[in-house]
Design a protein around this ligand. Sequence first.
Ligand code: NZQ
Ligand code: ZN
Length: 386
Amino acid sequence: MKNFYFYNSTKIYFGKDEINKIGKLSKEFGKNILLVYGKSSIKKTGLYDRVIKLLEEEDINIFELGGIDPNPRIESVREGADLCKKHNIDLVLGVGGGSVIDASKGIASAALYDGDPWDFYSYKVESKGALPIASILTLAATGSEMNSGSVITNFETNEKNGWGSPYTNPKFSILDPTVTYTVSKHQTGCGIVDTLTHVYEFYFSNEKSYLNDRICEAIMKTVIHYGPIALNEPENYEARANLMFSSTLALNGLTGFSKDFEGFNHITEHVLSAYYDIAHGDGLSILVPHWMKHILSEENTEKFYEFAVNVWGIEPEENKAYVAKRGISEVFNFYRTLGMPLRLKDIGIIDPDFDLIAEKSVKGETLGKFVKLTKEDVKHILMFSK
Ligand code: NZQ
Ligand code: ZN
């Protein structure tokens, strides 16, 4: 196990009705709150009214920025930062999925910066601070509720970039599984695929860490077990609770200590999203199985064998290559069972510019740590995902 630094500053309040604490927890940061939320879900479910009431009970001044898009735009970050500056905001509270929480992180950082927020996401400047951020998570997927990352899109330049700073971990996040009962089948599937992919990004690594691999396997097995249950019984508390905290743990440092981030799937998915504005989970569902198929080789058969046996429960056999392939088939089957897309055409992407996507994904000579992929490799994976 190689040396690592591990720190996570976010406090988690987990479980049914923990949301009732939002007023008191928020007030610790001051009187002025910017409430950030998405298009319509929290108003439809009643969560918006509940949160407003709890904040008002503590005499908090509420300012609002609703309408955050899935694949949040840099324009929203600019708008939110202006509101923070104008109203002396003490806390940016995101109530929603990863998009809302990511936008909140960008807003809180840009509130303390005089230039354009895209400077952070284009890696031109380092952040010197951020307003305190907090979240009420409504969708189990990204892990944004307990990490510093945020992913923002600039559709003018067709860039979707991830960025974070030491100041962008939420101070606290409230995770009440019951608020995820209303998440659609499709978004539940996207969340399951995203969670699994966060684990794959570290599990498929050339760094050896027995403990890390077993933690990864526990999360994957939990998600594979409870994913279909949540789809069939959206109000199954145990299923929603297990999925919710699995998604948090998958990208809060617990799966990543002592490992390199593999990278291909997330980087190429972000390029696809920046051109086609697709759901993150859809893009991953299409790329991941084809990536696995493409990279399987004699050198990494052992890892895929371990994955097949330990995660998918395939009987061990002497012919490890055969077992490894069966594991990858299970990934295809599982995503199909979830109703997730396996081809670009399934989500309406017909005849994409493979050269462009590959070019934008592979910035240097190669992309990926577990298996280094050239532009030709990436094109190959995309062609097979057609
Ligand atoms: O906009 P509203 O009306 O709220 O609806 C949302 C949206 O349409 C809906 N939704 C959320 N909670 C709901 C609900 N519908 C019913 N009931 C609820 N309780 O779901 C839709 C998708 O929401 P979104 O926040 O976009 O989904 P997700 O959480 O998957 O976030 C995706 C974004 O996060 C980025 C992705 O790239 C993408 O932009 N990521 C962020 C990461 C991070 N910060 O660490 C890592 C990830 O790898 C990822 O890249
Ligand atoms: Zn992801």
